[in-house]
Write a protein that binds this ligand. Structure first.
Ligand code: 5CA
Ligand code: ZN
Length: 404
């Protein structure tokens, strides 16, 4: 489906180094080593409510990686899904008496405009699950052929006994896995399953719910397999980064990696798994199901979207943190200082600032470190006449902050 329009990214003098990032599966920071085109898949929203600051924080993290790769001279192929048919969306649509398609369309539209306002570079492939059902069916057929799937009352399950790499992404203990699986959409207690952690690939049609025809009977895709199918189609296996918030480490990315491995025989499914921290409000993770949300659309109606972006950039992408309103005020003050600094006739060395910001951003996307470097530059005097223009360009290209 339609993506959103992206801003122009200024070209900076020279090239940056390749960024390293923390890879959840390696449990350590590792260099990214993409080919000429870096390939990235980031899990998209389930569009049943408006974009909140937690979502924005996650998409911003991968936007920084996208920008760092481009600055290092790489093309980037970026794929994102939208989970436009799933239990929580259908439940919300039923609760509010709206058609599930209308709800999804409305929230995806709002998401696009939020992303555009925050100057998040758009994915090259923005794929709704309802557009990809055929791909999902093909993938499930491959899993069936490989003996990795079984039927249960019309549904189709993945048998984790068929997945030799199960556990490689998260490294979690069996107890933790069971607990998270139950919390995050799994059904460990369903009778008839071969293993409590087996997960659903295809849900047979439920009364009143949408369904598509398939060789396994009418139904709809399970959650994990949608991302596996969309990533494989658009990026192939062994793509550079699979991304999302840390709540996707298990079960979503663990199970998706197993599906990809078993279907293709190739490992790794993604070369790195990168996860953003969770944003909380009032002591709890911001989530649609809890309802403790700060919507991007509301915040940007009252504040410059660049201040919203700066407020998020003040936290390292991997940190878990809590939103408080004073952060937008601090970000507005910083934005004003930066705008004044790039409007000067001269400033301290622009080349030195560029080197410092590049160094921070290629080191696991250290945006707070980059902000501190820019703050120091803005607060100091200097006689480099090219510095203000270069500073504005680098804030734009590397941090996505438009100061003009
Ligand atoms: N549609 C699935 C992924 S395939 C999904 O998780 N959708 S979502 O709408 O719940 O979340 C979209 C993205 O935002 C995910 O990467 C998720 O990890 C991230 N996210 C959700 N809540 C938060 C939060 N409070 N803080 C940071 N990131 C969050
Ligand atoms: Zn996903």
């Amino acid at each position: 489906m339609r993506s959103w329009s992206g801003p122009n990214v200024p070209r900076l003098p020279g090239t940056g180094a390749l960024p390293n990032v923390f890879d959840t599966a390696a449990r350590s920071r590792r260099p990214t080593a993409p080919g000429p085109t870096a390939r990235m898949y980031v899990c998209g929203i389930t569009p049943y409510d408006a974009t909140h600051l937690g979502h924005a924080n996650t998409y911003l993290a991968f936007d920084l990686l996208n920008r760092a790769w481009r600055d290092a001279g790489h093309e980037v192929r970026y794929t994102q899904n939208a989970t436009d048919v799933d239990d929580p969306l259908l439940e919300r649509a039923a609760r509010d008496g709206v058609d599930w398609r209308e709800l999804a369309t409305r929230e995806i539209d709002l998401f696009r405009s939020d992303m555009q306002a925050l100057r998040i570079l758009p994915p090259d492939d923005y794929v709704a699950v309802t557009e990809a059902v055929g791909l999902v069916v093909e993938l499930i057929e491959r899993l069936v052929e490989r003996g990795a799937a079984y039927r249960l009352d019309g549904d189709v399950y993945f048998s984790m006994a068929a997945a030799p790499k199960f556990g490689a992404v998260s490294g979690y203990s069996p107890e933790t896995m069971l607990e998270l699986f139950a919390e995050r959409g799994g059904d460990p207690d369903r009778p008839g399953k071969r293993d409590p952690l087996d997960w659903i690939l295809w849900l047979a049609e439920r009364p009143g719910e949408p369904s598509w025809p398939s060789p396994f009977g009418p139904g709809r895709p399970g959650w994990h397999v949608e991302c596996t199918a969309i990533a494989l189609r658009n990026l192939g296996s062994g793509f550079d980064v699979s991304g999302g918030g840390s709540d996707l480490i298990f079960p979503h990315h663990e199970m998706g990696a197993c599906e990809g491995h078993v279907a293709t025989g190739e490992w790794p499914f993604a070369r790195a798994y990168v996860h953003a921290g969770m944003v909380a409000l009032d002591g709890e993770k911001m989530s649609k199901s809890r309802g403790n949300l700060v919507f991007v659309s509301r915040l940007r109606a009252a504040h410059d979207p660049m201040a919203v972006r700066l407020a998020l950039l003040a936290h390292h992408y991997r940190a878990d943190w809590e939103w408080t309103h004073d952060q937008i005020e601090a970000a507005e003050a910083r934005l004003a200082r930066w705008r004044a600094a790039v409007a000067r006739d001269a400033g301290p060395s622009g080349a030195a600032l560029l080197e410092r910001v590049r160094e921070r951003m290629t080191d696991d996307l250290d945006a707070p470190g980059a902000l501190a470097a820019f703050d120091a530059w803005a607060a100091a005097e200097g006689d480099d006449p090219g510095a203000p223009a270069l500073a504005a360009d680098l804030a734009d290209a590397l941090l996505g902050v438009d100061l003009r």
